[in-house]
Design a protein around this ligand. Structure first.
Ligand code: NDP
Length: 484
């Protein structure tokens, strides 16, 4: 059985404990590989390798760093199908999605930060009266930790490690133990691209063991984390006594506001995607739909019909829209929320059942599920489910829509469907979300800031924000002339 090894100091290594975890294929429910069950000793080895690599890497000219990142991007592209197949097998997502979104974006992350680092500038201020010149150095932090989740495995892993190494840091990174395969394969690419050994070290294993050891390591200067809000809170508490720099990208419960004056067909079609893409397992999915009363009944009926047409199937089939959810415990969690919602008074409009796929009877397949609610305070409206499940609720005025949208503890993204420019501007300012999409969804320009408000996170990734996070600004003040 294939073994998923750590990648430390430029080579694949077994975990020091000699322990392994089972890796399940969501589409079949079968164990298909063994994952290194790493602990603090492996993290310590990864840290040593990173620490030793740091002096040379941080002093490597940015043009050279940039060329290596470009080479990594090229090699990811060359390995597109192999990586996409691995991602789909490991995660359960449709192969078509892995081929068109996940892996191309992983390559784009390296390409983007290879360019961005060459444009990253700092400030200089001359104070004429004081006869001083201030300039800001942007220095890499040293060894940093990157921890990523299972929903977009290589996409989010590279979204962190690319800016970290572009800025001259060395990294100890941990992908989710649920989806480690593509980060494991990345090791070969890093070596082939000529990334010096120790610059990027990949440690596999569980959150409480390997992940916790990264956060607890006294000399790892910063943690860039994407995952659930509860884990983020735990990481913040652990890191606080060490005053570590933190970037936390956390959960979401995103509103999708549909006004009567919207482009109806576009709002309908994109809302199907924003509800169920990647089995609803994207932090940016619009899991709460609010629809204006004037179009509510018609929109609800049309939405249900469209969702009924979605094909649940094996991830490798070309006509599959909805693959397998990521794991058995996650499937059970989604099912328990459906049960809870019905108990709380929600009406099931469609779905709610597990699906059996011939030949893959133990796979984790769920129907896309639509629930109608009339109480925004119930748990299904307030808590993140992170699966193929969306709720529909009616509103009668812009003020009501805004209050409903903002009435949760999360604030990651919001989507707005309207043709009214004044409303667009008003709501864009008032919605409590780090990202507002108007008449579109999931369009991402990598130069823009990405992150959440409230309990959806602290800090921003993307563009120069990421490079700022991974560098320490140091002001230097030089006096010139004859002033005492
Ligand atoms: P988790 O918080 O469970 O895990 C995220 C990562 O943290 C995994 O690698 C996990 O390891 C690790 N981890 C778990 N416990 C610890 C710990 N004590 N110390 C250090 N690391 C730890 O999230 P999920 O993987 O379940 O991902 C889903 C969540 O991620 C959702 O809430 C979703 O909204 C959020 N998310 C947010 C995004 C954003 O940009 N805001 C984007 C994508 C997802 P392991 O898996 O091995 O246990």
């Amino acid at each position: 059985m294939e073994k998923i090894l750590n990648y430390i100091d430029g080579e694949y290594r077994e975990p020091q404990s000699g322990k392994w975890l089972d890796n399940y294929e969501p589409a079949s429910g079968e164990v298909y590989s063994k994952i290194a069950d790493s602990d603090a000793s492996d993290v310590a080895a990864a840290y040593e390798a990173a620490k030793n690599a740091f002096p040379e890497w941080s002093n490597t000219p940015i043009e050279k760093r940039s060329r290596i990142l470009m080479k990594i991007a090229d090699l990811i592209e060359e390995n597109l199908y192999r990586l996409a197949e691995a991602e789909s097998k490991d995660n359960g997502k449709p192969l078509s999605l892995a081929t068109t979104i996940d892996i191309p974006r992983a390559s784009a992350n390296f390409r983007f930060f290879a360019n961005a680092i060459t444009q990253f500038s700092s400030e200089a201020h001359e104070s004429v009266g004081l006869q001083t010149m201030n300039f800001t150095l942007r220095q890499p932090l040293g060894v940093v930790g990157c921890i990523s989740p299972w929903n977009l495995p290589l996409y989010l892993f590279t979204w962190k490690v690319a800016p970290a190494i572009a800025a001259g840091n060395c990294v100890v990174a941990k992908p989710s133990e649920v989806t480690p395969l593509t980060a494991f394969l990345l090791g070969e690419i890093l070596t082939e691209a000529g990334l010096p050994k120790g610059v990027l070290n990949i440690v596999h294993g569980t959150g409480p063991s390997a992940g916790q050891a990264i956060v607890e390591h006294a000399d790892i200067k910063a943690i860039s984390f994407t995952g659930g809000t509860k884990t983020g809170e735990h990481i913040a508490r652990t890191a606080a006594p060490m005053f570590k720099k933190l970037s936390l990208e956390l959960g979401g419960k995103n509103p999708n506001l549909i006004f009567g004056d919207c482009d109806y067909e576009k709002a309908l079609n994109v809302s199907v995607r924003s509800s169920f893409a990647n089995q609803g397992q994207i932090c940016l999915c619009g899991s709460r739909m609010y629809i204006e009363a004037s179009i509510y009944d018609q929109f609800k009926n049309d939405f249900v019909e469209k969702v009924k047409a979605l094909q649940v199937g094996h991830p490798s089939e070309a006509d599959t829209n909805i693959g397998a959810v990521v794991s058995k415990p996650h499937m059970e969690k989604v099912q328990s929320y459906i049960k809870l919602a019905k108990k709380e008074g929600a009406t099931l409009l469609y779905g709610g059942e597990a699906v059996t796929i011939e030949g893959y009877e133990n796979g984790y397949y769920l129907q896309p599920t639509i629930l109608e609610v009339d109480d925004n305070t119930c748990r299904i409206q307030q808590e993140e489910v992170f699966g193929p499940l969306v709720t529909l609720m009616k509103f009668s005025s812009e003020e009501e829509a805004l209050a409903l949208a903002n009435g949760v503890k999360y604030g990651l993204s919001a989507t707005l469907w309207t043709q009214n420019l004044d409303r667009t501007m008003r709501l864009s300012k008032q919605l409590e979300a780090g990202i507002v999409w108007v008449n579109t969804w999931l369009n991402r320009d990598l130069r823009t800031p990405f992150g959440g408000m409230k309990q959806s996170g602290v800090g921003r990734e993307g563009g120069f924000e990421a490079l700022r996070f991974f560098t320490e600004p140091k002001n230097v003040c030089i006096q010139f002339g004859d002033r005492l």
